[in-house]
Design a protein around this ligand. Structure first.
Ligand code: FES
Length: 316
């Protein structure tokens, strides 16, 4: 994945704890095009790399815009972004990648929890531009923590704001929203794990097919690692075997022994590290693959997933 150096053109406080950053090439050249739902890796001061969704209109080739929630409980990425990245700074990013693309549908339901609004705002701009039918629901803790409200209001009746501290009548009645959607609609959801799980459970209970449900997690739930044990990884091309200790990920253990697998999020969200599995049983810990893909067991995310069998043979 090639990287780009960009300049922070503008930093804006969008809501309590949420800042947006407008990024453009320092030489004024256009940036690589992107589609709605794309994200970029941002290389932060201190060596951290984090993924952020692009939230501007995909037509705007001159700049990318990301929205970042300052999350004190995070692993440091959002704090570095908020405290150390200033207007005028040069930072390194990846080209955009899209694991959360839009699909043709008679109607699109965009459901955002908190800062999960970023890829969905980009999708709403695209759907509005092509005249497609959609509705966008943003659920936030309060109005003060609701980012991009002026832009979102431009979607008129297609935009619905739901506040945890507001009147009962404006709260998100998800079962009713899903029931009212025309046949063949697609659901796009982004937000905290609990919000996504709630949407998925409600849709499944109403019999929505899983291929009409599209999810984007922006952070992994903490894993219970107490039962983790050691196993062996064999590299198919060389026949070499490597021990993966109970307290190390496959990618970290292999890297320590000179076998590099490219990683980005290192928490099973982005799909960068996907590796084919030729033999053995995976213990999937990611949020990238669907249940069907996990059941196949022919690929896994070695940045966080492990093995149920004593040996995994990887197609490397
Ligand atoms: Fe992102 Fe493994 S590095 S899923």
């Amino acid at each position: 994945m090639s990287s780009l150096q960009v300049k922070v053109l503008r930093r804006r406080e969008e809501a309590e704890g949420i800042a947006s950053y407008e990024l453009a090439r320092a030489d004024g050249q256009p940036l690589p095009p992107f589609s709605a739902g794309s994200h970029i890796d941002v290389h932060l001061p201190g060596g951290l790399v984090r993924q952020y969704s692009l939230c501007n209109d995909p037509h705007e080739a001159a700049h990318y815009r990301i929205g970042v929630l300052r999350d004190a409980a995070s692993r440091g990425g959002s704090i570095a972004m908020h405290e150390q990245v200033r207007e005028g700074d040069l930072i390194t990013i990846s080209e955009p990648r899209n694991h959360f693309p839009l699909h043709a549908a008679p109607h699109s339901l965009l459901l955002a929890g908190g800062i999960g609004i970023t890829p969905l705002m980009c999708m709403a701009q695209r759907l509005a531009a092509i005249g497609a039918s959609f509705e966008l629901h943003a659920s936030n803790r309060s109005r003060a923590r609701s980012a991009f409200l002026d832009e979102l209001k431009s979607f008129g009746e297609r935009f619905h704001l739901h506040l945890d501290d507001g009147e009962a009548s404006q709260k998100l009645d998800l079962p009713a929203v899903l029931k009212a959607a025309p046949v063949g609609s697609r659901i796009y959801v982004c937000g905290p794990t609990g919000f996504i799980d709630f949407v998925v459970a409600t849709a499944k209970a109403q019999g929505w097919p899983t291929d009409q449900l599209h999810l984007e997690y922006f952070g992994a739930a903490p894993q219970d690692t107490t039962g983790d044990r050691e196993f062996e990884v064999r590299i198919a091309s060389t026949g070499q075997s490597y021990r993966i200790p109970a307290d190390q990920t496959v990618t970290a253990a292999l890297q320590a022994q000179g076998v590099d697998i490219m990683v980005s999020c290192e928490q099973g969200v982005c799909g960068t590290c996907i590796t084919r599995v030729l033999e053995g049983e995976c213990d999937h810990r990611d949020m990238y693959f669907t249940d069907e893909e996990k059941a196949k067991g022919d690929q896994f995310t070695p940045c966080c997933s492990r093995a149920k069998s004593s040996v995994l043979v990887l197609d490397l």
